[in-house]
Design a protein around this ligand. Structure first.
Ligand SMILES: *[C@@H]1O[C@H](CO)[C@@H](O)[C@H](O)[C@H]1NC(C)=O
Ligand SMILES: *[C@@H]1O[C@H](CO)[C@@H](O)[C@H](O)[C@H]1NC(C)=O
Ligand SMILES: *[C@@H]1O[C@H](CO)[C@@H](O)[C@H](O)[C@H]1NC(C)=O
Length: 479
């Protein structure tokens, strides 16, 4: 019975997305959006991918590379991951909570003493001594994958995209279980690649690893990435040719050649780090792509989005752009200033200092976390607006405490939720950015007002989210 409820709520999520995407609704009042429930049943069980391959390239200015980006599960995913069982909603939300707590702790510099570890020979260790040595978070929530080719001749690899970490890595042959987990693509074998090189000890490249260096360099430069859920990967820091697309090659791309992985990795061949630190793909390719990238996360597993390296064209539809902040505690995250939230077109009465900690724009966190006072105001306004329509409520699902049972409704009308950012940028979410698992897809940070918040990937879906060295922009209806 409880299981059936979850399935129903899940299908609400997909249907909400589809309804908004196709504009199927009757005209609601200002500040409201009506979402059709017609496809509640079929969308969740859809087995065909509705997006062409390659995806239509958005207009670019100058050199760029466009990669197809899909949800890890579902019909658009590469065949090597689509066959995996989708985790339960409860498991997704638990993993999401671990990731969010990790990011929040890491930025606020609290909760670090337990696992603190100095990395010898790292000039940054003093500044970063307040963050845990476990250099990551629950990896289980990273749900968007791209396919690239590594080495010469190229070997196809399916990688999870992550704006919240920097070092890219793949599992490398030879690597027997249990050191490596099972993956469907062949392992990348450095011995078979004519362009492969291990990074030597003592050079600038090895020193550039910073915290990711394993500190025990003998002949080859070792790396280690530890994630907050105690997953980890270790191996040899290496370079080889990375083909983002057949036309877009990065020579001497630095990555981790994984010799031992432990933890919650399934189905993927590795990770693509898009963070702000020098070892990330974005920073390694500044000369070619200008340090700019963007992505559009698809609203459903039956659609594809894209990941683009390079500058978007400045022409085109209005983009809400806000300044990127430099955060001394967290130079690795993309943090912007949030200034307010509106529900149903009305700005909530939340004092600006509540948002003073900024918000991490993260591709891997699912549900947006707001400071307690902001979340309480949002929840109250949302519940009041929904109560006016008489929608029956449903029990909480994990961290989500504002849930509905839309059984029997042909369509539902939701108050829009708009997020205001520094510099006057305003981002109005569609139904697919408001509801997830049949619930309001927001939660509290559980921290203090004025502390850091997180913009999760539910709220980013269907926007082209643009990053460069100084700003983050949101362009609606982009995939
Ligand atoms: C949703 O409502 C229907 C009837 O309208 C009921 O049969 C079902 O049990 C409810 N589901 C949940 C999860 O509350
Ligand atoms: C990786 O995790 C496994 C299992 O928790 C642990 O035994 C191993 O020591 C860890 N490796 C590193 C380098 O942290
Ligand atoms: C391309 O970028 C240049 C320099 O940033 C700018 O001057 C130009 O207007 C851009 N062109 C388009 C079409 O966006």
């Amino acid at each position: 019975m409880a299981g059936r409820g979850i399935v129903l709520l899940l299908s609400v999520l997909f249907a909400a997305s589809v309804g908004v995407c196709h504009g199927a609704a009757a005209a609601p009042g200002p500040g409201y959006v009506t979402v059709s429930t017609a496809s509640f049943v079929t969308a969740g069980s859809a087995s065909t991918c509705n997006s062409p391959d390659p995806v239509a390239a958005p207009t670019r200015n100058g050199t760029s590379a466009v990669l197809r980006l899909t949800h890890r599960h579902g019909p658009c995913a590469p065949s090597r991951t689509s066959s995996l069982a989708t985790p339960s909603v409860a498991a997704i939300l638990r993993a999401d909570q671990r990731r969010a707590e990790y990011i929040l702790n890491r930025v606020s510099g609290t909760g670090a003493t337990k696992q603190q570890q100095q990395q010898p020979g790292d000039s940054k260790s003093a500044a970063a001594a307040t963050v845990p040595a476990s250099w990551g978070y629950g990896i289980g929530t990273l749900n968007y994958v791209v396919t690239v080719s590594l080495g010469t001749p190229g070997v196809t690899q399916t990688l999870e995209m992550d704006t919240g970490s920097d070092l890219s890595w793949v599992q490398c042959a030879p690597c027997a279980a249990p050191s490596c987990y099972a993956q469907k693509d062949p392992l990348f074998d450095p011995a078979q690649s004519s362009t492969y090189a291990a990074v030597p000890c003592g050079g600038a490249a090895c020193a550039g690893l910073g915290f990711y260096g394993d500190g025990s360099c003998t002949t080859q430069c070792g790396y280690v990435v530890r994630y907050g859920d105690s997953s980890n990967t270790t191996g040899v820091y290496s370079s080889d040719t990375l083909a983002l697309t057949p036309q877009d090659k990065v020579s001497s791309f630095f990555f981790g050649c994984g010799r031992a992985q432990a933890g919650l990795f399934t189905g993927i061949d590795g990770l693509m780090g898009l963070g702000r630190q020098s070892v990330s793909l974005v920073q390694q390719t500044v000369a070619a792509y200008g340090g700019a990238f963007s992505y559009c996360l698809p609203t459903t597993p039956t659609a594809a989005g894209y990941l683009t390296l390079g500058r978007p064209s400045t022409s085109g539809a209005a983009v809400a752009t806000t300044q990127l902040l430099s955060s001394p505690n967290a130079p690795f995250y993309y943090i912007v200033m949030m200034t307010g939230v509106s529900v149903g077109g009305k700005k909530l009465d939340v004092p600006r200092p509540v948002f003073a900690g900024g918000v991490v724009v993260d591709s891997g966190t699912v549900v947006t976390r707001l400071p307690p006072t902001a979340y309480a105001a949002l929840r109250a306004a949302f519940r009041a607006a929904m109560a006016a329509y008489g929608y029956p409520t449903a029990p909480p699902t994990g961290i989500l405490d504002t849930c509905y049972n839309f059984t029997g409704y042909g369509s539902v009308t939701l108050p829009t939720v708009a997020l205001a950012f520094g510099g006057g940028a305003s981002v109005t979410l569609g139904g697919d950015g408001i509801l997830s698992f049949g619930c309001l897809a927001f939660a509290t940070t559980g921290g203090e007002d004025g502390g850091v918040a997180i913009l999760g990937n539910v709220q980013q879906r269907s926007f082209e989210v643009r990053f460069d060295a100084s700003s983050v922009g949101f362009k609606p209806n982009s995939c």
